[in-house]
Design a protein around this ligand. Structure first.
Ligand code: ATR
Length: 273
Protein backbone atom coordinates (compact mmCIF):
# COMPACT_ATOMS: atom_id res chain seq x y z
CA UNK A 1 0.00 0.00 0.00
CA UNK A 2 1.20 3.51 -0.79
CA UNK A 3 2.73 5.23 2.22
CA UNK A 4 1.77 8.85 2.76
CA UNK A 5 4.07 11.47 4.25
CA UNK A 6 3.36 15.15 4.88
CA UNK A 7 4.59 18.51 6.04
CA UNK A 8 2.35 20.36 8.48
CA UNK A 9 2.49 24.09 9.22
CA UNK A 10 1.01 27.43 8.30
CA UNK A 11 1.74 28.97 5.85
CA UNK A 12 2.59 25.88 3.85
CA UNK A 13 1.73 26.64 0.23
CA UNK A 14 5.28 27.61 -0.75
CA UNK A 15 6.93 24.68 1.01
CA UNK A 16 9.62 23.00 -1.06
CA UNK A 17 9.45 19.78 0.97
CA UNK A 18 6.85 17.97 -1.18
CA UNK A 19 8.93 18.50 -4.31
CA UNK A 20 12.20 17.36 -2.68
CA UNK A 21 10.76 14.25 -1.03
CA UNK A 22 8.60 13.19 -3.96
CA UNK A 23 11.67 13.46 -6.19
CA UNK A 24 13.57 11.20 -3.81
CA UNK A 25 10.73 8.65 -3.66
CA UNK A 26 10.51 8.61 -7.46
CA UNK A 27 14.27 8.33 -7.87
CA UNK A 28 14.40 5.25 -5.63
CA UNK A 29 11.14 3.83 -7.01
CA UNK A 30 9.46 3.81 -3.59
CA UNK A 31 5.68 3.56 -3.40
CA UNK A 32 5.34 6.68 -1.26
CA UNK A 33 3.86 10.14 -1.62
CA UNK A 34 4.35 13.41 0.27
CA UNK A 35 1.75 16.15 0.71
CA UNK A 36 1.59 19.66 2.19
CA UNK A 37 -1.11 19.92 4.84
CA UNK A 38 -1.99 23.32 6.27
CA UNK A 39 -2.80 23.21 9.97
CA UNK A 40 -3.46 26.67 11.42
CA UNK A 41 -2.15 27.66 14.85
CA UNK A 42 -4.54 26.38 17.53
CA UNK A 43 -5.78 23.46 15.44
CA UNK A 44 -2.87 21.10 15.90
CA UNK A 45 -4.79 18.56 17.97
CA UNK A 46 -7.50 18.12 15.29
CA UNK A 47 -4.85 18.10 12.59
CA UNK A 48 -2.97 15.28 14.28
CA UNK A 49 -6.20 13.27 14.55
CA UNK A 50 -6.69 13.59 10.79
CA UNK A 51 -3.15 12.41 10.17
CA UNK A 52 -3.78 9.37 12.35
CA UNK A 53 -6.97 8.59 10.43
CA UNK A 54 -5.11 8.40 7.14
CA UNK A 55 -2.40 6.32 8.83
CA UNK A 56 0.31 8.86 8.04
CA UNK A 57 3.72 7.16 7.76
CA UNK A 58 5.67 10.20 8.89
CA UNK A 59 5.70 13.96 8.65
CA UNK A 60 7.72 17.14 8.91
CA UNK A 61 6.66 19.90 11.26
CA UNK A 62 7.28 23.54 10.52
CA UNK A 63 6.27 27.00 11.74
CA UNK A 64 4.27 27.45 14.01
CA UNK A 65 4.07 23.89 15.41
CA UNK A 66 7.64 22.75 16.10
CA UNK A 67 7.39 23.25 19.86
CA UNK A 68 3.69 22.46 20.41
CA UNK A 69 4.04 19.18 18.53
CA UNK A 70 6.15 17.88 21.42
CA UNK A 71 2.90 17.37 23.39
CA UNK A 72 1.61 14.87 20.84
CA UNK A 73 4.66 12.62 20.72
CA UNK A 74 4.74 9.13 22.22
CA UNK A 75 8.53 9.03 22.14
CA UNK A 76 11.45 11.23 21.08
CA UNK A 77 15.16 11.05 20.34
CA UNK A 78 17.93 12.88 22.22
CA UNK A 79 18.28 15.86 19.86
CA UNK A 80 14.56 16.46 19.97
CA UNK A 81 14.61 16.37 23.77
CA UNK A 82 17.61 18.73 24.00
CA UNK A 83 16.20 21.31 21.62
CA UNK A 84 12.63 21.08 22.91
CA UNK A 85 11.24 21.11 19.39
CA UNK A 86 10.58 18.56 16.66
CA UNK A 87 10.68 18.90 12.88
CA UNK A 88 10.38 15.21 11.98
CA UNK A 89 7.89 12.63 13.23
CA UNK A 90 7.95 8.95 12.35
CA UNK A 91 4.98 6.63 12.79
CA UNK A 92 6.52 3.58 14.45
CA UNK A 93 3.81 0.90 14.82
CA UNK A 94 1.13 3.45 15.56
CA UNK A 95 3.31 5.50 17.90
CA UNK A 96 4.60 8.95 16.95
CA UNK A 97 8.30 9.34 17.58
CA UNK A 98 9.81 12.82 17.32
CA UNK A 99 13.22 13.71 15.93
CA UNK A 100 14.98 16.98 15.22
CA UNK A 101 17.02 16.96 12.04
CA UNK A 102 17.58 20.74 12.06
CA UNK A 103 20.62 20.42 14.29
CA UNK A 104 22.58 17.91 12.21
CA UNK A 105 21.16 19.43 9.04
CA UNK A 106 22.64 22.75 10.09
CA UNK A 107 26.05 21.23 10.85
CA UNK A 108 26.32 19.18 7.66
CA UNK A 109 27.39 22.03 5.29
CA UNK A 110 29.99 23.17 7.85
CA UNK A 111 31.42 19.66 7.99
CA UNK A 112 31.36 19.37 4.20
CA UNK A 113 33.73 22.36 4.17
CA UNK A 114 36.00 20.62 6.68
CA UNK A 115 35.45 23.42 9.14
CA UNK A 116 35.55 22.86 12.87
CA UNK A 117 33.21 24.57 15.32
CA UNK A 118 35.35 23.53 18.29
CA UNK A 119 36.56 26.50 20.38
CA UNK A 120 35.07 28.96 17.89
CA UNK A 121 33.34 32.26 18.67
CA UNK A 122 29.92 32.47 17.12
CA UNK A 123 27.59 35.37 16.39
CA UNK A 124 23.99 34.19 16.14
CA UNK A 125 21.51 36.72 14.78
CA UNK A 126 17.96 35.91 15.85
CA UNK A 127 16.44 34.16 18.85
CA UNK A 128 13.34 32.39 17.51
CA UNK A 129 12.57 28.73 16.96
CA UNK A 130 15.30 28.11 14.39
CA UNK A 131 17.93 29.70 16.62
CA UNK A 132 17.46 27.08 19.36
CA UNK A 133 18.57 24.21 17.14
CA UNK A 134 21.63 26.25 16.18
CA UNK A 135 22.60 26.92 19.78
CA UNK A 136 22.23 23.19 20.48
CA UNK A 137 24.40 22.43 17.44
CA UNK A 138 27.26 24.68 18.58
CA UNK A 139 26.97 23.31 22.13
CA UNK A 140 27.26 19.78 20.77
CA UNK A 141 30.34 20.77 18.76
CA UNK A 142 31.96 22.45 21.77
CA UNK A 143 32.16 25.98 20.44
CA UNK A 144 33.89 28.44 22.78
CA UNK A 145 31.15 31.04 23.01
CA UNK A 146 27.94 32.11 21.30
CA UNK A 147 26.80 35.73 21.20
CA UNK A 148 23.11 36.23 20.46
CA UNK A 149 22.03 39.42 18.69
CA UNK A 150 18.30 39.94 18.54
CA UNK A 151 15.83 42.76 17.98
CA UNK A 152 13.90 41.82 21.12
CA UNK A 153 16.26 41.67 24.06
CA UNK A 154 14.17 39.38 26.28
CA UNK A 155 14.24 36.63 23.68
CA UNK A 156 18.02 36.93 23.40
CA UNK A 157 18.30 36.59 27.18
CA UNK A 158 16.19 33.44 27.13
CA UNK A 159 18.39 31.91 24.47
CA UNK A 160 21.54 32.79 26.45
CA UNK A 161 20.09 30.81 29.38
CA UNK A 162 19.29 27.91 27.07
CA UNK A 163 22.92 27.92 25.84
CA UNK A 164 24.29 28.10 29.39
CA UNK A 165 22.13 25.14 30.39
CA UNK A 166 23.74 23.16 27.58
CA UNK A 167 27.17 24.12 28.92
CA UNK A 168 27.91 26.70 26.25
CA UNK A 169 29.20 30.12 27.26
CA UNK A 170 26.91 32.82 25.90
CA UNK A 171 26.06 36.52 26.02
CA UNK A 172 23.87 38.88 24.01
CA UNK A 173 24.10 42.17 22.20
CA UNK A 174 22.03 44.37 19.91
CA UNK A 175 21.98 44.31 16.12
CA UNK A 176 23.96 47.54 15.72
CA UNK A 177 26.78 46.47 18.01
CA UNK A 178 26.81 43.04 16.37
CA UNK A 179 27.42 44.71 13.01
CA UNK A 180 30.38 46.64 14.41
CA UNK A 181 32.06 43.56 15.86
CA UNK A 182 31.60 40.92 13.16
CA UNK A 183 35.39 40.69 12.73
CA UNK A 184 35.60 38.94 16.14
CA UNK A 185 33.69 35.84 15.05
CA UNK A 186 34.57 32.73 13.13
CA UNK A 187 30.90 31.93 12.45
CA UNK A 188 28.13 34.43 11.78
CA UNK A 189 24.69 32.85 11.43
CA UNK A 190 21.49 34.59 10.42
CA UNK A 191 18.47 32.85 11.94
CA UNK A 192 16.06 35.73 11.45
CA UNK A 193 13.73 36.09 8.51
CA UNK A 194 15.39 39.37 7.48
CA UNK A 195 16.54 39.19 3.86
CA UNK A 196 13.63 37.05 2.73
CA UNK A 197 11.32 39.70 1.34
CA UNK A 198 13.39 42.79 0.77
CA UNK A 199 17.03 43.07 -0.05
CA UNK A 200 18.31 43.94 3.40
CA UNK A 201 20.83 42.46 5.80
CA UNK A 202 19.96 41.99 9.50
CA UNK A 203 23.30 43.56 10.50
CA UNK A 204 25.94 45.79 8.95
CA UNK A 205 28.33 43.71 6.84
CA UNK A 206 31.07 46.38 6.83
CA UNK A 207 33.50 44.53 9.13
CA UNK A 208 33.04 40.99 7.76
CA UNK A 209 36.33 39.62 6.47
CA UNK A 210 37.92 36.55 4.89
CA UNK A 211 38.32 34.77 8.23
CA UNK A 212 34.55 34.68 8.80
CA UNK A 213 32.14 31.99 7.69
CA UNK A 214 28.74 33.53 7.10
CA UNK A 215 25.76 31.19 7.13
CA UNK A 216 22.30 32.45 6.22
CA UNK A 217 19.29 30.28 6.99
CA UNK A 218 17.20 32.34 4.57
CA UNK A 219 17.11 30.36 1.31
CA UNK A 220 14.83 32.56 -0.77
CA UNK A 221 16.46 34.42 -2.44
CA UNK A 222 19.48 32.11 -2.74
CA UNK A 223 21.87 35.08 -2.65
CA UNK A 224 20.71 37.25 0.22
CA UNK A 225 22.15 40.70 0.77
CA UNK A 226 24.11 39.36 3.77
CA UNK A 227 25.69 36.56 1.72
CA UNK A 228 26.33 38.75 -1.31
CA UNK A 229 28.22 41.38 0.68
CA UNK A 230 30.09 38.80 2.75
CA UNK A 231 31.24 37.03 -0.40
CA UNK A 232 32.54 40.31 -1.82
CA UNK A 233 34.58 40.79 1.33
CA UNK A 234 36.17 37.36 0.99
CA UNK A 235 34.22 35.46 3.65
CA UNK A 236 33.30 31.80 3.26
CA UNK A 237 29.57 31.59 2.76
CA UNK A 238 27.02 28.85 3.39
CA UNK A 239 23.62 29.02 1.70
CA UNK A 240 20.29 28.45 3.39
CA UNK A 241 19.33 25.82 0.83
CA UNK A 242 22.21 23.64 1.99
CA UNK A 243 20.67 23.27 5.45
CA UNK A 244 17.21 22.82 3.96
CA UNK A 245 18.49 19.95 1.87
CA UNK A 246 20.55 18.36 4.65
CA UNK A 247 17.67 18.32 7.15
CA UNK A 248 15.34 16.90 4.47
CA UNK A 249 17.82 14.12 3.68
CA UNK A 250 17.99 13.14 7.34
CA UNK A 251 14.18 13.07 7.66
CA UNK A 252 14.01 10.90 4.55
CA UNK A 253 16.54 8.48 6.02
CA UNK A 254 14.66 8.21 9.33
CA UNK A 255 11.45 7.35 7.46
CA UNK A 256 12.73 5.03 4.77
CA UNK A 257 15.94 3.65 6.31
CA UNK A 258 17.44 4.26 2.85
CA UNK A 259 20.28 6.58 1.90
CA UNK A 260 18.72 9.79 0.59
CA UNK A 261 19.55 10.50 -3.08
CA UNK A 262 21.50 13.77 -2.74
CA UNK A 263 21.75 14.73 -6.40
CA UNK A 264 18.08 14.07 -7.22
CA UNK A 265 16.94 16.07 -4.20
CA UNK A 266 19.39 18.91 -4.84
CA UNK A 267 18.47 19.22 -8.52
CA UNK A 268 14.79 19.39 -7.66
CA UNK A 269 15.35 21.93 -4.90
CA UNK A 270 17.57 24.23 -6.97
CA UNK A 271 15.18 23.93 -9.89
CA UNK A 272 12.51 25.59 -7.75
CA UNK A 273 14.44 28.83 -7.21
P1 ATR B 1 11.78 30.90 13.30
O1 ATR B 1 11.06 29.71 13.85
O2 ATR B 1 11.99 30.85 11.83
O3 ATR B 1 13.05 31.17 14.04
P2 ATR B 1 10.50 33.01 14.80
O4 ATR B 1 10.50 32.13 15.99
O5 ATR B 1 9.29 33.81 14.50
O6 ATR B 1 10.79 32.15 13.49
O7 ATR B 1 11.77 33.99 14.89
C1 ATR B 1 12.02 34.97 13.98
C2 ATR B 1 13.33 35.71 14.33
O8 ATR B 1 13.53 36.75 13.34
C3 ATR B 1 13.32 36.42 15.67
O9 ATR B 1 14.62 36.44 16.20
C4 ATR B 1 12.87 37.84 15.28
O10 ATR B 1 13.26 38.83 16.18
P3 ATR B 1 12.31 39.21 17.46
O11 ATR B 1 12.65 38.22 18.52
O12 ATR B 1 12.71 40.59 17.82
O13 ATR B 1 10.90 39.10 16.98
C5 ATR B 1 13.61 38.00 13.99
N1 ATR B 1 13.04 39.04 13.12
C6 ATR B 1 11.95 38.94 12.35
N2 ATR B 1 11.74 40.08 11.65
C7 ATR B 1 12.74 40.94 12.01
C8 ATR B 1 13.09 42.27 11.63
N3 ATR B 1 12.37 42.97 10.72
N4 ATR B 1 14.20 42.81 12.18
C9 ATR B 1 14.95 42.14 13.07
N5 ATR B 1 14.67 40.87 13.48
C10 ATR B 1 13.58 40.27 12.95
Amino acid sequence: MTKTYAVIGDPIDHSLSPAIHNAAFAFLGLDCTYIAYRIPKGELSEGIESLKLINIAGFNVTIPHKIEMMKFLDDMDEDCKTIGATNTVNNENGKFKGYNTDMDGFLEPIKQRNQSCKDSNVLLIGAGGAARAIVAAFAKEKAHKITVANRTREKAEELVKFANNLGLESDHTDLVNAGNTTGNYKFIVNATSVGMKNNTSPISTRMINKDCTVYDLVYMPVDTELLEQSKKQGATIIYGWEMLLAQAMRSFEIWTKRKAPYEAMKLTLLGRF
